[in-house]
Design a protein around this ligand. Structure first.
Ligand code: CTP
Length: 481
């Protein structure tokens, strides 16, 4: 198999393999075998490894993932020398399956960790390594490399590479390209935590940020070196992909200049220092709506109860526990053009929160809990002097859905109510709670003009459509005014 592979490699990959094999005193076949064994050890997905042995299959693009905002764009990927470079093999693949062309540049140090052969095979492009390669200069050259792309991604970005960038050094191809470019640059640092924390590195990071360089990571966690942990891990390939999507997203932003408040998740109402009243809300729908509004350009303040999901990107997230705290934070965020109250706010709280843990005391513990009603945040906004221009509530119902939702629309002075069936027999969601906690939803939008039924779909899709509808409504109102 190896001899077939090598015969089919393109000239530059063959040359790189020849140089490497000669340097290591091995045959080209042996070198290729060891390289592939190395890829397997580094846990490269089997499909990626297969592509690197069969370059003829690489030339056909991987199956496209539709709707990626940077599809059709060109990324120049500069690979620095660090163990995290292996993750960039996956990064290249993830970008290509989203329709992004990747042109790789490797520093000399990167070549110590991964090979131009695997990088070139996955990118389906030649790999540029040398500033003074006569062929490169005549053919492409560092100035053209710097210009013929939509953005540059540096991953992994070593302390050394960032120091060069911060100081304008240009003594190799990677740094010369970075100095010559006018395109946006995204840097994904990866290094030992002590190197990241060093004042010299932090000074360089500050300089680069001031120069308009974008950063992703480094993240906290375990390092490749044994017994090392801290901030220094490179961001995961899919996180980098998402960031590239955001930076290259040129879709219209109809909510730019609009401010939105979104509530999400449950609230926790304390009974005593260790117990609380809660509900099954996961926050998935509310967080997705916040993210969808931010995607359309809105400035979003998300007030979230306790949830187990990450803060959505592009929003300012305020974390709260109880309904009263949530109300305070929502009102502090006024004024707003849009408010979407998705949180499953607990209707009641314990009348007197015990300061010490309540004890059973031989069966003499409290036989009942005295409750009092929580403030209604949505209703409060509906009647507020600074009522948001478009006020949207949710209605979690288990029966008589439209009837109950309409009553809420009137009582709370909302413009729309998004009603969903949260009964376990709604047919959505496998566990008790149905829609609550699951990933799918089926909603009806009630307004004074009538009821609109949407088919069952993922919560992110509900969020995208709702955000689009909000944008259309505001645009229509603005046109009338
Ligand atoms: N809501 C709120 N503050 C509360 C209760 C509810 O802001 N204390 C909001 C929710 O975020 C949602 C809407 O009001 O947008 C309806 O919530 P829901 O729980 O369905 O209705 P309730 O008013 O609690 O009525 P009921 O429990 O009787 O169905």
């Amino acid at each position: 198999m190896a001899s077939i592979t090598i015969r089919n490699l393109d000239e530059s990959a063959k040359q790189a393999l020849r140089r490497r094999a000669a340097g290591n005193g091995r045959s080209m076949e042996e070198e290729a075998r060891l390289l592939l064994a190395g890829l397997a050890e580094l846990d490269v997905p089997p499909a990626a490894a297969a592509e690197s042995v069969q370059p003829e299959r690489v030339s056909t693009a991987p199956p496209a993932i539709a709707g990626f905002p940077a599809a059709g764009k060109r990324v120049l990927l500069i690979l620095g020398g660090g163990i995290a470079a292996y993750k960039c093999l996956d990064l290249i693949r993830r970008l290509r399956e989203r329709g992004v062309a990747v042109r790789p540049v490797m520093t000399a140090a990167a070549g110590e960790f991964i090979t131009p052969l695997s990088v070139g095979a996955l990118a389906a492009d030649r790999v540029f390594t040398d500033l003074f390669d006569r062929e490169d200069e005549q053919d492409v050259g560092h100035i053209r490399l710097a210009r013929d792309c939509d953005m540059i991604v540096v991953a992994p970005a070593t302390a050394d590479l960032m120091a060069k960038m911060a100081n304008g050094l240009a003594n190799d191809l990677a740094s010369a390209v970075l100095l010559a470019t006018r395109r946006p640059v995204l840097v994904a640092p990866a290094m030992n935590p002590a190197m990241w924390a060093h004042r010299a590195t932090q000074r360089n990071v500050e300089t680069l940020r001031r120069d308009g360089i974008h950063f992703i990571g480094p993240m906290e966690g375990e390092m490749a070196e044994s017994r090392e942990a801290g901030r220094g891990r490179m961001a995961e390939p899919l996180e980098i992909v998402e960031r590239i999507g955001e930076l290259l997203d040129t879709r219209p932003k109809p909510l730019r200049g609009r401010r939105a408040i979104v509530t999400s998740g449950p609230t926790h109402e304390p009974i005593d220092p260790v117990r609380y009243i809660a509900n099954r809300s996961s926050g998935k729908q509310g967080h997705a709506i916040a993210a969808a509004l931010a995607d359309l350009g809105a400035e979003v303040i998300l007030v979230s109860g306790p949830v187990a999901i990450p803060d959505p990107r592009g929003c300012e997230t305020v974390h709260v526990e109880s309904a009263r705290e949530m109300q305070r934070m929502v009102e502090a965020a006024l004024p707003a053009d849009i408010a979407v109250m998705v949180a499953a706010v607990a209707d009641w709280r314990s009348k007197a929160e015990a300061t010490e843990k309540m004890k059973k005391e031989g069966g003499k513990g409290p036989s009942h809990l005295e409750l009092t009603e929580n403030p209604d945040i949505l209703k409060g906004l509906g009647h507020h002097v600074r009522r948001p221009g478009l006020l949207i509530g949710f209605a979690a119902e288990t029966e008589k859905i439209v009837e109950h939702a309409r009553a809420k629309l009137d009582r709370k002075k909302a413009d729309w109510i998004v009603a969903n069936d949260v009964s376990p027999d709604s047919g959505i969601g496998e566990k008790a709670g149905g829609v609550m906690g699951g990933d799918r939803n089926r909603v009806r939008i009630l307004s004074r003009d009538g009821v609109e039924e949407w088919p069952e779909m993922g919560k992110r899709e509900v969020a995208r459509r709702l955000a689009a509808r909000i944008a259309e409504t505001l645009a229509r109102q603005a046109a009338k005014a």
